[in-house]
Design a protein around this ligand. Structure first.
Ligand code: ACO
Length: 371
């Protein structure tokens, strides 16, 4: 009988040069740079360049990337038409999954899997996804669409398309920090999904569409939404400890805690928590910080499990004014960089991803005569 690695726990499936997670030293690097330092000193566009092209851009390269991104934000009327026909009571991740499929169907070079073509498509999705997410956000609120403004930076333009205004620099910075921290994390479930699709030599849009489906799950990206719903349900920090202990006693998982790879602590949490605390100070949301502390302390005391990135990101997005079902689409706007870099890397030395299974069903048998 072969050894079964349920959930592929501990399996090293391939090599990657994009990011390294070292749980022993609690570190995460993108192309060799610690993610905390990138979050402190770089723009999200610079980090996207690093993830795709392997190096941080100089001023001229960054200006060129920003120009290409700004020029490609608009989506076709046909994509907007499809978005508008998707029922607005569905989850926004369903809509995003459909919209990326549309982008693929519209692209005459959809099946060109050369690195140059796939990098161009990655940049195009990076530019267009915020436009789709913002449009969906406004249509669900019964508001008219706001067109992208090519004169604004990535984060500024996104807030402009959602709210019609650009917020304070501190809010933009917290948002950019979240985008940088969410951008890439080696062979997580959605990235591995994208690589699996790419390994069949399908197209990059199909890989991203599948990755969106994987990210939607509450054990993965959907946790940032679940965290905020949980906090709203608890309501008052004074009830947080009891609430959490009751859930654990009922053998329920508490969203925003635990990680497959990090068992000591998630390396991204301190940076995101600082951004969340800053948001709370700016927007008068100290109640959520108090609740965060209560839940964290109760979980550590009960099970010694640390928060993951979704725990501070959920309430930070709430304080920025976004609707809860939109939190995972925000994650997509960031992780599109990592997913597409992995698709390109997979295709550089491709092998079809096709594991084996150990059969546990009935032994071979004959079909009954009367059947
Ligand atoms: N709440 C309560 N108990 C937990 C949690 C949690 N969030 N996470 C792990 N545990 C417990 C399990 O119940 C189990 O306990 P047991 O041994 O007594 O049965 C033990 O810790 C191991 O848990 P597993 O689920 O087997 O560990 P795994 O490595 O598969 O889990 C996972 C990782 C899926 C992320 C898990 O911690 C979880 O479900 N967390 C909640 C969902 C979440 O926040 N996901 C976001 C992940 S990060 C991201 O996508 C950015």
């Amino acid at each position: 009988m072969s050894t079964i690695h349920k959930g592929l726990v501990g399996v090293v499936a391939d090599t990657t040069a994009i990011s390294e997670v070292v749980p022993e030293t609690n570190s995460l690097t993108y192309r060799g740079y610690p993610v905390q330092e990138l979050a402190r000193s770089c723009s999200f566009e610079s980090v996207a360049h690093l993830i795709w092209y392997g190096e941080l851009p100089d001023a001229a390269a960054l200006a060129r990337l920003s120009e290409r991104e700004g020029a490609q934000r608009e989506v076709t009327r046909s994509t907007i038409g499809v978005v508008d026909r998707v029922p607005d009571n569905c989850h926004p991740m369903d809509l995003l999954r459909t919209a990326v499929s549309c982008l693929g169907a519209e692209d005459p070079a959809e099946d060109d899997n050369s690195p140059a073509a796939n990098r161009a498509k990655a940049e195009a999705m990076f530019a267009k996804l915020p436009t789709i997410v913002a449009h969906d956000f406004r249509r669900r609120r019964g508001l008219a669409r706001i067109a992208p403004d090519p004169g604004l930076g990535f984060a500024e333009n996104f807030f402009h398309m959602c709210f019609g205004t650009v917020p304070a620099p501190e809010v933009l910075r917290c948002f950019e920090i979240s985008m940088i921290l969410y951008a890439e994390h080696s062979f997580n479930a959605s990235t591995f999904t994208a690589r699996t699709v790419a390994s069949t030599l399908s197209d990059i849009y199909s890989a991203v569409t599948a990755a969106i489906g994987a990210l939607k799950g509450p054990l993965h990206g959907g946790a940032n939404e679940a965290v905020m719903r949980m906090m709203l349900e608890i309501g008052d920090p004074a009830f947080a400890g009891d609430w959490l202990r009751e859930r654990l006693a009922a053998k329920e998982k508490v969203m925003g805690f635990g990680h497959r790879v990090y068992k000591d602590a998630d390396s991204r949490v301190p940076t995101m928590k600082a951004a969340f605390v800053e948001m709370a100070e700016l927007q008068g949301g100290q109640r959520w910080v108090a609740m965060y502390e209560e839940l964290e302390a109760a979980m550590m005391a009960a099970k010694g499990i640390h928060p993951n990135l979704d725990f501070p990101a959920g309430p930070a997005y709430y304080l920025m004014g976004f609707d809860i079902p939109m939190f995972t689409p925000l994650f997509v706007m960031s992780r599109i960089t990592g997913w597409t870099a992995h698709v390109i890397e997979q295709l550089e030395s491709n092998a079809l991803i096709r594991p084996l299974s150990a059969y546990t069903g009935l032994p071979q048998r004959a079909i009954p005569l009367a059947a």
